[in-house]
Design a protein around this ligand. Structure first.
Ligand SMILES: [Zn+2]
Length: 307
């Protein structure tokens, strides 16, 4: 038996074993938290929020059952490994399955919760699959049983969380070359313009509405009679994101992706002409188009900051 197989075999001996220490929720079931939840999910069940309605129908306000996990989310975690689930995780880590992703969480509700009740949780290892080949890598699905209890020790709900513990890939993959534009009948004018040093914007010959990216039909009037105009190339950074991963051949990371709003009113996705630090990019920054060759020599529309 390999070392890894021995560790997995040992992990199996912990299935159904004792739970870890009880973790006590910081705040009891309370109206402000219920309120936030209902607002976020647009849940208008009166039994959660309307004291009068709740008193008539339930005798008291109740909490949405789906909030089960939230009552103990901020409960402090002990540093010591004590429960069966902690042992399973430790052994999987030692066997090299160090990455983790949550798969699903199944709830079982025993009864409705009243405001003021304090909820605790304890976790134990319930199941461990055979080794599976997944899109993320080789791994094992584990099922952790969470028992939710009141201060009296009454179990009021059970959660079963399935996780995938998997071996991270040895090195970050490089995902091929920088994509080249797909040029067709509708956007030929745009790319011809770029090679000619012009930033062209599609415009409707019937109603003069501007469109970018180029498209065959006017969104405003439905006409298929499309022409183009040449932009001044002046605009502002409307938004930006920073690409850190995955690696892309010929692109220096981190790479700033710009959404530029041109003074003509349309927006286009672009980048800086030269590698610029993400922290120097800001919304509202004034920019001017420039045309920069990519490896291979083709030009791309890029932007430079206007000071
Ligand atoms: Zn039109």
């Amino acid at each position: 038996m390999t070392n890894s197989a021995a560790l997995i075999a040992e992990a199996r001996t912990h299935l159904g074993g004792p739970p870890g220490p009880l973790r006590v929720g910081r705040d009891p079931v309370n109206l402000p938290m219920v309120h936030h939840w209902c607002q976020a999910l647009d849940d208008q069940n009166q039994a959660y929020l309307d004291e009068e309605f709740a008193a008539e129908t339930r005798g008291h306000l109740i909490a949405p059952p789906g909030m089960l996990q939230t009552w103990t989310m901020d409960a402090p975690r002990g540093a010591e490994l004590m429960g069966s689930n902690d042992h399973v995780n430790r052994l999987l880590d030692e066997a090299g399955y160090t990455s983790v992703v949550a798969v699903n969480y199944e709830h079982e509700y025993v009864r409705e919760l009243q405001h003021g009740e304090r909820i605790s949780v304890r976790s134990s290892a319930e199941d461990l699959s055979e080794e599976k080949k997944t899109g993320l890598g080789l791994g094992y699905f584990t099922t952790v049983k969470h028992e939710y209890l009141t201060d009296d020790g009454e179990v009021i709900g059970i959660g079963r969380m399935r996780l995938l513990k998997f071996k991270p890939p040895a090195a970050a993959p490089e995902v091929g070359a920088r994509p080249t534009p797909a040029i067709g009948r509708d956007n030929q004018f745009f790319w011809d313009g770029v090679q000619a040093g012009e930033l062209r914007i599609g415009s409707c010959n019937a109603c003069q509405t501007l469109h970018h990216p180029p498209q065959p039909i006017c969104r405003a009037c439905g006409s298929t009679d499309m022409g183009h105009t040449v932009s001044t190339g002046k605009g502002v950074v409307y938004s930006h994101v920073t690409h850190h991963y995955p690696k892309l051949q010929g692109v220096e990371l981190p790479h700033t992706v710009l959404l530029v709003e041109l003074e003509e009113g349309v927006r286009l996705v672009s980048e800086w002409a030269t590698a610029a630090k993400p922290e120097t990019t800001y919304v509202g920054q004034q920019v001017q188009v420039s045309f920069t060759p990519v490896p291979g020599g083709e030009l791309r529309p890029t932007f430079t900051a206007v000071s």
